[in-house]
Design a protein around this ligand. Structure first.
Ligand SMILES: C[S@@+](CC[C@H](N)C(=O)[O-])C[C@H]1O[C@@H](n2cnc3c(N)ncnc32)[C@H](O)[C@@H]1O
Length: 285
């Protein structure tokens, strides 16, 4: 690849080696015409490690100790992933969750008075807190054990999620009543109130790492929105198979509006709700 002044050498061979390393680590696939993303976003790591070019960087990743390698892989993922998210994203789907899925779980109590919802690929946490707010708003689960779990591979995103303080861009789809009710002002930002935070926990879990996925218990509803789009077919299948295992019979899977299970699996039923179509693990079989 031609390099401008100040840019580091990045041959197609080294791109493919780094691309495969990223794929093996987190399932995210970069096509050849996306080499510039890796080139641009990883260049600061070469400066930080005083390395001359990307070939050296690749060799460093193979020769450093396990701790340094883990740290560096996390740095890479933080730089190359898209962490775009905001509160109350895709409102029609959230209405289906609040008005149809939650009342159904309340009525059938598939796990007794316990409700577990998972935000898989939660980025900086807005999705998990949105889910918790909708559960509180439903008013149905006050004497239930409620757990909203958010996972992401990005350490940086998870530290934002745990801090639970957000700026203006996170609220582009939040109505004023909910903003006043569930957030308080702090340091020119909005802090998620304790009653919402108390329902939520976060973990650094890689969705394609089956050993880590054992940390996730039984789930009634999983939101996995705007995550699968970055994976290739094989990684998508792996992740969907894991989500299927974690869901209780009759549990729901909510994908992003541009995502579907076509060509991935037939293990879910497609359910037509008033506001949305969602996937459901069959109750029997
Ligand atoms: C675009 S955000 C989606 C956030 C949220 N679900 C939403 O729809 O607003 C995608 C997130 O998936 C995370 N991600 C990508 N690969 C992952 C993996 N293998 N394991 C866990 N999280 C991953 C990224 O770090 C990023 O934060």
């Amino acid at each position: 690849m031609a390099t401008a002044m100040g840019e580091r050498r990045f041959s197609p061979e080294v791109f493919r080696l780094l691309r495969d390393l990223i794929y093996d680590y987190c399932g995210i696939h970069f096509a050849d015409d996306n080499a510039y993303i890796i080139h641009r976003r990883l260049q600061p790591r070469l400066d930080a490690l005083s390395l001359t070019d990307f070939g050296d960087y690749y060799r460093y990743l193979h020769s450093c100790d396990a701790g340094a390698r883990k740290f560096e892989l996390e740095e890479i993922v933080d730089r190359v992933t898209n962490n775009e998210t905001y509160f109350f994203r895709e409102s029609y789907q959230l209405e289906a969750f609040r008005d149809e899925i939650l009342p159904e779980i309340y009525k059938n109590k598939p796990r007794g008075k316990r409700l577990s919802v998972w935000s898989a690929g939660c980025a900086s946490g807005e999705e998990a807190y949105t889910i918790a707010i909708l559960i509180l708003e439903s008013g149905l689960f006050n004497d239930w054990e409620v757990r909203v779990f958010g996972n992401d591979i990005s350490r940086r995103c998870l530290s934002v999620a745990r801090r639970a303080q957000y700026g203006r861009s996170s609220f582009r789809a939040t109505d004023d009543r909910l903003l006043r009710r569930y957030f308080r002002e702090a340091d020119n930002k909005h802090q998620v109130r304790e009653e919402v935070r108390a329902l939520c926990s976060f973990g650094q879990i890689n969705l394609i790492d089956e050993a880590m996925m054992r940390l996730v218990g039984d789930i009634d509803v999983v939101f996995c929105r705007n995550v699968l789009i970055y994976f290739d077919l094989a990684s998508r299948r792996r992740v969907i198979e894991t989500l299927h295992k974690k869901l209780v019979p009759g549990g729901y899977l909510l994908l992003g509006h541009s995502e579907s299970l076509i060509n991935l699996t037939t293990a879910f039923d497609l359910v037509h709700l008033k506001n949305d179509m969602v996937y459901r693990k069959p109750v029997h079989g």
